[in-house]
Design a protein around this ligand. Structure first.
Ligand code: HEC
Ligand code: HEC
Length: 415
């Protein structure tokens, strides 16, 4: 009896040992096939096309506009308390994020701050794509009661009266309107939730409201011109792909460890990350439900399904009257897609520079890359809608290799 038990125990130990020996066995990377090389090249920074045109913004590529936008981006004087600028939440040293779960300005933002590095390549803005251009996006934090907490009347008056901005504005857009008559142009006014601001806005006549909207949208256009200059930098991953494409094996092993190569093979292979994180920014700019759980006590985020509705209601869109494109070219908005698969879907983020953009996901739910990979490995049921990602069931060493690869996407700080 005891002998039998002992034998069983020995067998069990051998099985466990065999399992661990298999999971933790040393593995060597496979050589890159031609198909693999094509995928690597598609992810490489050298494949980044020129910036897409933005015909709704006449100053999108104007250097003077970018200088003005750059100043405005760091200027706290447009905010309700004089302390918040775009850069309060989009800090250059943190790849233009803030290291917080949710942004913090006058109050707390509803979501995690996204990086603006390379954002000019995206047809949609925000996690839920509720804006269709960079200039239109730039207007909304200014009036968000949790962010700048300001109003378009104050912003338009400030920029057209402060001497330096007025001069820059007039070079770009011609004579600035005169807002000194407070019976026509109240001190504070905007079509927002706050009743006083909304009443003041409603009290203005339509033509005056349009004058303010025009200046407000021009301000957004200068900020967008600046954001178009914030581009991703070359990473160790890009140098490695150079070496692969050149067939330089010595360089390849100098640049990437065995684990990093294995991680990259998982990333484009069985881990299926490139189904969504593809192209040179490692994002398809599309909306997907990946089953990220809400914080306990918070409602799950409805994501893109609400974003579609909001963008169609927005007045500062490429089809609207503040667009500079007489032809109103904007395929995205004209053919915007909706459907139940967009419930709980958010826009795929770029994976460049993950090292400085934690915490991750749309509410900053996951603190580390290990937690992110654990999430994909288990692929829990989505709280609303359907989780598109399937459980990966990778082993702990495989997850470590994947993480090692993700770290190679870190670049020197963007300018
Ligand atoms: C209080 C913090 C805060 C301030 C101030 C702020 N932002 Fe943001 N920003 C956020 C958050 C949070 C998001 C994501 C919100 C969402 O998707 O719902 C975001 C998103 C963005 C995006 C979209 C990025 C993408 O990939 O979709 C851009 C661009 C941006 N902000 C630019 C600006 C500009 C320009 C200003 C100043 C006019 C500004 N932000 C002010 C917190 C802030
Ligand atoms: C079905 C599309 C899809 C697949 C497949 C996918 N992702 Fe994602 N990924 C997303 C979306 C969408 C988000 C944003 C989720 C959210 O916060 O709502 C995201 C977020 C992330 C983030 C957080 C980035 C940030 O700045 O917050 C990381 C890291 C990440 N994914 C890595 C991976 C890796 C590694 C894989 C492969 C194991 C993978 N993803 C597979 C779509 C996908």
């Amino acid at each position: 009896m005891i002998r039998r038990l002992r034998n069983l125990l020995v067998l069990l130990l051998i099985a466990v040992a065999a399992y661990f020996a298999w999971v933790y066995r040393p593995v060597s990377p496979e050589p890159w096939s031609d198909d693999d090389k094509a995928v690597l090249q598609s992810l490489w920074i050298g494949s980044l096309p020129p910036l897409p045109a933005n015909p709704s913004n006449a100053v999108a590529n104007d250097a003077e506009a970018a200088i003005m936008g750059n100043r405005l981006f760091f200027d706290t004087r447009m905010s309700a308390n004089g302390e918040v600028s775009c850069a309060s939440c989009h800090q250059p040293d943190l790849e233009f994020t803030d290291g917080l779960q949710k942004g913090r300005g006058i109050g707390e933002s509803k979501r995690n701050t996204r990086s603006i590095v390379g954002v000019a390549y995206s047809p949609w803005l925000y996690w839920d794509g509720r804006r269709d251009s960079l200039w239109s996006q730039a207007l909304s934090p200014l009036e968000d009661s949790n962010e700048h907490g300001s109003n378009r009347m104050h912003v338009a008056r400030f920029v057209t009266t402060e001497a330096t901005y007025r001069e820059m504005y007039e070079v770009l857009f011609g004579l600035a309107p005169d807002f000194s008559d407070e019976s026509r142009f109240p001190v504070a006014a905007a079509p927002v939730e706050d009743a006083d601001l909304a009443d003041a806005w409603a009290s203005m006549n339509d033509a005056d409201r349009k004058i303010v909207n025009r200046v407000f949208s021009n301000i957004g256009k200068t900020i967008a011109a600046f954001e178009r200059t914030v581009l991703p930098q070359r990473t160790r991953f890009d140098a490695y792909v150079d070496a692969v494409l050149d067939g330089d094996e010595e360089q390849q092993s100098a640049l990437f460890s065995k684990d990093e190569i294995l991680g990259l093979q998982l990333f484009i292979g069985i881990a299926r990350c490139t189904e969504c994180h593809n192209g040179p920014l490692l994002s398809n700019h599309e909306f997907h439900n990946t089953g990220i759980l809400a914080f306990p006590g918070e409602l799950p985020d409805r994501g893109r399904i609400n974003g579609v509705r909001e963008v169609l209601e927005n007045e500062f869109v490429c089809l609207g009257e503040y667009s500079d494109d007489p032809a109103r070219r904007c395929a995205e908005l004209s053919y915007v897609r909706t459907g139940p698969e967009l419930i709980g879907a958010t826009r795929t983020p770029s994976l460049r520079n993950l090292a400085r953009t934690s915490p991750y996901m749309h509410k900053g739910q996951l603190a580390t890359l290990a937690e992110v990979l654990e999430h994909y490995n288990r692929a829990p049921e989505a709280m609303i809608g359907h989780n598109e990602a399937e459980a990966l069931n990778l082993s702990p060493p495989q997850l470590k290799r994947l993480e090692a690869f993700l770290q190679t996407l870190a670049a020197p700080s963007a300018r």
